[in-house]
Design a protein around this ligand. Sequence first.
Ligand code: APR
Length: 313
Amino acid sequence: MKKGKVTVIGAGHVGATTAHWAAIEGLGDIVLMDVLEGIPQGKALDQSQFRSIHGISCDITGTNDYRDTRDSDVIIITAGIARKPGMSRDDLLATNVKIVKDVTEKALEQSPDAYVVVVTNPIDAMVYTSFKASNLPKNRIVGMAGVLDSARYRSFLADAIGVSPKDVNAIVMGIHGDYMLPLARLANVAGVPVTELLSKDEIDAIIKRTQGGGAEIIGHLKTGSAYYTPAAAAVEMAKSIMFDEKRVLPCACYLEGEFDISGYFLGVPAVLGANGVEKILKFNLTKEEKELLKQSVEKVKEQVASVNKVLGW
Ligand code: APR
């Protein structure tokens, strides 16, 4: 069987951690690509030396040349600037939109059959940028957001209830930002509704903390934003595509009528397999949930308008 190949664009905190995690998960050969000379080479060389310890046989290489990314199965885009204290994800848009357009075009020139996972923030706008820049069919491009937000939500719920995060099932839909929608109604611990285990006030506090989960970490780090769980989330998505796992993962998908939304990327539960986004799992939202999702859509519309303005689309 042909060995898989994953290119991670951006060898910063998120990108390097994604490459590390992808190698450990056995996704195939890993190429780390960045504009900075030496950084991807040095980090890839360092990572290639843990292969004997972890028992991994893949190649891990670093480059500044897109030709080395040729024939990748999955391209994970993390290139761009990260948030600092006081910045919103929207503040990154004007800079990152140009970077994401550029790296999408260059990467797909070398790997026209690849699936693309966009991690750069603001994710819902950057995945739209990559989609428009690439002209890829909607099943081949997806944004990482819901897996990270749901991981945060599940972690906070687990700690509050005193159970393993592994047994907490919960989904966060909508935009990756303040208007994300952590659904309490569907959250459960091994099937037991969390609404039976925690008070409304406790759940509301956890929802608020999830919505501000990225900012909480920036508040500690001061010089950058989260990267361990964003990287793990991106790899979980890439793995489901490369190994045709058909995992149901909340991701930013291009919607054409699902949840009454059309023409935008937004976080929804999706089946990820060998054909990328194979299906979106639709279900009925309550009136209140629909209202909250509408706020997410309005915010994404604003971001997309800014993207179109910056790029003259
Ligand atoms: N091509 C390739 N790499 C680029 C380009 C480009 N055109 N422009 C910038 N980069 C690289 C930078 O050189 C840097 O190494 O992207 C990397 C970004 O790394 P960090 O500054 O460490 O940022 P990081 O924490 O990794 O976040 C990257 O992911 O989660 C999101 O919000 C986060 O948008 C941010 C992105």
